[in-house]
Design a protein around this ligand. Structure first.
Ligand SMILES: Nc1ncnc2c1ncn2[C@@H]1O[C@H](COP(=O)(O)OP(=O)(O)OP(=O)(O)O)[C@@H](O)[C@H]1O
Ligand SMILES: [Mg+2]
Length: 365
């Protein structure tokens, strides 16, 4: 049988000496990271713009895993991606590309694959765009009966300001960012004046509206899911342990926790997996996570970030249909950690995602 030709679509984080894309000044909470996942000396502009892109080590580890299934053709998702895809026409594309421009950036590679009729792993363009837009995702969760915190969109020039009845404290987030860009401790607001000030900062810094969300004070979890339809399965649940944060820190797994306090030398011991959970709560988290995954039409894999309200009821904060996957077990990365807890090593995790997509297309591994 002919060997499977696997295209591998990714965006690689620029090297430290790359030219910044713009000379615009950056706010304090978007300073360069000291996390091992990002070169400490990367300029602030590059760090922030490319925070979601992958390290060479991650790209190499995924490529090595995919080689178990066939020939791997690297296809960096740069402006030449459409031409490379048309020229190579691989049997399938393994997609982790986060994209570059605009609120639909994660949808671009899958859309181009569809255009050329090339199968690809993970969610389709519609799902990827919906998941990145936190308000649209929450509208769908609500319509499908998935609990998600109260919210209002502010700063889009159309909607009202914060209603007087809105529950405080609140978390103010840029509408379509990830990796906690814009979600530093400043995002936590206890008064309408703080909310208004933070919304103005978000609009000014990101040039996009802000989602103001009711702050949920309970425990936080993230739930990794593999597979499709009835056979989608939940991996062991990860709890975010706020007692691992520096004394006095707010209970947020935000910018500081991901990019400043967690270093390669001293990783925060912030994940507990499997989380210590009574069976009813574990079941409630798993069913809400699966409901969110299916509501948005996720495929092959995804990670659902969840938090409990004051009464202990799980709510979905957001869903990541292209989850981060650092290969080094010493680095904090939820999905590989959950997989390891289930006895699935890194290579097997990557191959399981590929096999799941192959099965969807009726192509056997
Ligand atoms: N409504 C909320 N109540 C309490 N904490 C919140 C709320 N929204 C966000 N947070 C905190 O901020 C963190 C980041 O928020 P969120 O997951 O929405 O952002 P993100 O940038 O998309 O994250 P990721 O890094 O997973 O892509 C959460 O993990 C949580 O700790
Ligand atoms: Mg999150």
């Amino acid at each position: 049988m002919r060997e499977l030709r696997i295209g591998f679509a990714y965006n690689e984080k620029p090297s430290e000496d790359a030219e910044p894309p713009s000379g615009q000044p950056l706010p304090v909470d978007r300073l360069p990271a000291s996390n091992g996942a990002v070169p400490a000396s990367l300029s602030p502009a590059l760090h922030d713009r490319f925070a979601e892109w992958d390290e060479p080590a991650t790209i190499a580890a995924i490529e090595a895993a995919l080689r178990r299934r066939g020939t791997v053709i690297r296809m960096e998702a740069d402006t030449d991606f459409p031409a490379k895809l048309r020229e190579q026409l691989p049997d399938i594309v393994f997609n982790i590309a986060e994209g570059l421009n605009g609120p639909n950036r994660e949808a671009h590679v899958p859309a181009i694959c569809e255009y050329y009729g090339v199968p690809y792993t993970a969610s389709d363009p519609l799902t990827l765009a919906l998941a990145l837009d936190k308000r649209r995702a929450k509208e769908i969760f609500r319509a499908r009966g998935v609990c998600t915190p109260a919210y209002v969109l502010v700063g889009d020039g159309a909607g009202p300001d914060l209603p007087a009845s809105f529950p405080l404290p609140a978390v103010v987030k840029p509408l379509y960012e990830g990796s906690s860009m814009g979600i530093s401790e400043r995002a936590y607001c206890t008064t309408p004046e703080q909310v208004a000030a933070r919304v103005a900062e978000v609009v000014g810094e990101y040039d996009e509206p802000a989602l103001v969300e009711e702050f949920l004070p309970g425990r936080e979890f993230t739930v990794a899911i593999l597979g499709n339809g009835q056979t989608a399965r939940v991996l062991p649940i990860v709890e975010i342990r706020f007692d691992a944060l520096p004394a006095g820190a707010l209970p947020l797994y935000g910018y500081e926790a991901k990019w400043i306090w967690d270093t390669a030398d001293q990783p925060l011991q912030i994940f507990d997996c499997p989380a210590p959970l009574e069976p009813p709560l574990a079941h409630a988290l798993e069913s809400a996570a699966l409901a969110a995954y299916h509501a948005l039409g996720c495929r092959d894999w995804g990670r659902v970030d969840m938090r409990l309200d004051a009464r202990g009821v799980p709510h979905v904060l957001e869903i990541n249909p292209l989850p981060g996957i650092l290969p080094d077990p010493r680095q904090n990365s939820c999905f590989p950690k959950a997989a390891r807890a289930a006895g699935i090593d890194y290579d097997e995790l990557i191959c399981t995602v590929l096999d799941s997509a192959l099965a969807r297309y009726g192509m056997r591994p």
